[in-house]
Design a protein around this ligand. Structure first.
Ligand SMILES: Cc1ncc(C[n+]2csc(CCOP(=O)(O)OP(=O)(O)O)c2C)c(N)n1
Length: 591
């Protein structure tokens, strides 16, 4: 990003990078985020820019609060997150709508229709209506850049935070973007004005009235705003559309008339009605919920199709083609002959070692979100619940309080997730006299989203050294009476510590610390091999699902034959520790 400050004319950017670029050019001063696919790359693109303060916040709520503070000090501020992150940040969102802003405040939500990497596919367009703030939806990278920059102007003009919503297809598709220079925007500084910024009931009541007036003013502005446009074509078919669905409509019905909405809250009622009158058959094409459709029908506008139900999964051009009856969309060539490749924990992953111990102990596992959630798959199958980030500890406590047992369930949670939202439920366990065993799977990074730093890594988003939170000290300060740090590669010791924790009637925190193998590739360990003379073929080494440990039993042979793929083996020694026949050993170094 910094390289492009003296702008070359055009660059191929993903939607995420384009949003970062738009904010950069608009003079954003403070950019905050918590990682989450498909939004992570927005902050990653801004982090190297010395002109912008960037931070990975502990969670999305804090990220938004920091951005709000910057805005109230007159700086342009942006906060980005994946769709479920907005649930976490929804508390400040609802009230910053009332306070409004000083410097432009832009909130980016990246939704994930089709759930490429999410636990649900909620449609965050509803948040804009709920919070009564404007929402912009770009349809490609050029628009992503322009809309992000424009969002700061709208924010300042209407004294409101502005949501920019993208989806995975926009976030991760690349298209050409015209670049411009950065325009600096100097913060005006913080000013005392509690009637605007201190939301006690008396002030909030007055601000709510202003919010309603603002929505009316925004709706009027949306009627003529250039982000909404009519593309005149065949007047027999008209389509109201926004976001990535616009591209699909252009692909399957290139000659149809289109009302392309860049502003999807509030809707321009007069413009919609005018467009409706100008075409014979009117359709609304959208992904997930009938968000636009219901509002258009509520305007009294007649559509050419029956009312839609909320749709599950991603909208694809073929479905749009069937709906509009247009040109057949070009479908990607089927990949029927490719073997399935489900995501798997890496060879040498410390999470696998810990999960193998839990599998052996046959305990229920109250799970959380991170790489370790892959433990739900065979052969480990050690993940019994997964709701949202940070839920593992509260859910385990709830099971314990309902059943009166704490000896058959543990909560597992990653280091980044623990800091995100696992600390308060741990306080709950101690405060409410639980006996939960909490295992923090500490791989010293946020691995699942691409190795972002967090408050326990000792590095900021921009790579500066900083204080590293010590989770063991934090657990003790919360009042957890038993706190242990184990190395999950030490399988026997780990099993002993977990067993003892399950037997206690007060809480235990076990930090299973083993750095992510992908961070340590430069420090290879000796691979293992199987001594076939000693191997009894029990197959226990296969039970933890390491991709390097391969079932090579020839067809028709009864006794299992296991081989270790030297090119995959990370040398963690976990299979060796699990082997009851001592048949696994270090492979001799190659000469
Ligand atoms: C509210 C919310 N924000 C962000 C995400 C995306 N996300 C899923 S897991 C995860 C963190 C994983 O890190 P960690 O807990 O350290 O586990 P690891 O993947 O390193 O094993 C993130 C950021 C999410 N699912 N929900």
């Amino acid at each position: 990003m910094a390289k492009t400050t003296t702008a070359p004319a055009r660059a191929l950017l993903s939607g995420d990078e384009a949003i970062a670029r738009g904010a950069f050019e608009a003079g954003v001063k403070v950019a905050t985020a918590y990682p989450g696919t498909p939004a992570t790359e927005i902050l990653e693109a801004l982090a190297p820019c010395p002109e912008v303060y960037t931070e990975w916040a502990p969670n999305e709520k804090v990220a938004l609060e920091v951005a709000i503070g910057a805005s109230l000090a007159g700086a342009r501020a942006m906060c980005s997150m994946k769709h479920v992150g907005l649930n976490v940040a929804s508390d400040p969102l609802m009230t910053v709508s009332y306070t409004g802003v000083r410097g432009g405040l832009v909130i980016v939500t990246a939704d994930d229709p089709g759930m490429f990497s999410s636990q649900n596919e909620q449609d965050n367009r509803h948040y804009a209506r709920l919070a009564k703030v404007p929402m912009l939806e770009p349809s490609d990278s050029q628009e992503a850049k322009e809309f992000a920059a424009e969002a700061f102007e709208i924010s300042e003009q209407f004294d409101t935070p502005v949501i920019v919503r993208i989806t995975t297809r926009i976030a991760h598709s690349n298209s050409l973007v015209t670049l411009a220079e950065r325009r600096e925007h100097e913060p005006s500084g913080f000013r005392r004005d509690p009637a605007k910024t201190t939301m006690v009931p008396a002030n909030a009541r007055r601000r709510h009235e202003l919010v309603e007036q603002r929505t009316k003013a925004l709706a009027e502005w949306a009627e003529t705003c250039h982000l909404n446009r009519i593309e005149r074509g065949d007047k027999r078919v008209g389509v109201i559309v926004s976001g990535v669905a616009y591209q699909y409509v252009k692909e399957v019905r290139p000659r149809a008339s289109v009302l392309k909405l860049g502003v999807t809250n509030p809707l321009p009622v007069k413009l919609v009605k005018r467009f409706a009158r100008s075409v014979e058959r009117l359709y609304v094409v959208e992904e997930l919920d009938p968000y636009l459709e219901e509002q258009v029908r509520a305007m009294g506008v007649k559509l050419a199709h029956p009312p839609s139900a909320p749709r599950c999964g991603e909208l694809l051009p073929a479905a749009v083609g069937r709906f509009l009856g247009g040109r057949k969309a070009v479908a990607p060539a089927p990949a029927a002959d490719l073997p399935p490749r489900p995501p798997a924990l890496c060879p040498g992953c410390g999470h696998r070692a810990l999960l193998a111990v839990l599998k052996k102990l046959k305990v229920f596992v109250s799970g959380d979100i991170g790489c370790y959630t892959l433990g739900v798959q065979p052969p480990l199958q050690t993940m019994d619940t997964c709701i949202c980030m940070g839920a593992s500890i509260g859910v385990a406590l709830g099971v314990e309080k309902a059943t009166g047992r704490s000896d058959n369930m543990v909560a597992v949670i990653g280091d980044s997730t623990f800091i995100h939202s696992g600390i308060t439920p741990l306080v709950d366990v101690v405060y409410n006299r639980g006996a939960t065993t909490v295992i923090i799977l500490d791989n010293e990074t946020t691995a699942m989203t691409g190795h972002q730093n967090h408050p326990a890594t000792g590095k900021t988003a921009a790579g500066q050294a900083t204080h590293a939170l010590r989770m063991e000290d934090l657990a003790r300060a919360i009042g957890v009476p038993h706190v242990f740090v184990v190395d999950p590669y030490q399988v026997t010791e780990t099993e002993r510590v977990v067993r003892e924790a399950l037997g206690r009637d007060d809480p235990t925190v076990i930090i299973a610390r083993r750095r992510c193998v992908l961070l340590d590739r430069e420090r290879p360990r000796a691979p293992r091999r199987v001594d076939l003379d000693k191997c009894r073929g029990c197959g226990l080494c296969l039970s933890h699902g390491c991709p390097a440990v391969v079932d090579a039993t020839p067809p028709g042979e009864k006794k299992k034959r296991v081989e270790i793929a030297a090119h995959l083996c990370a040398g963690c020694g976990v299979c060796q520790a699990l082997c009851p026949s001592e048949a696994i050993e270090e492979a001799p170094a190659r000469g």
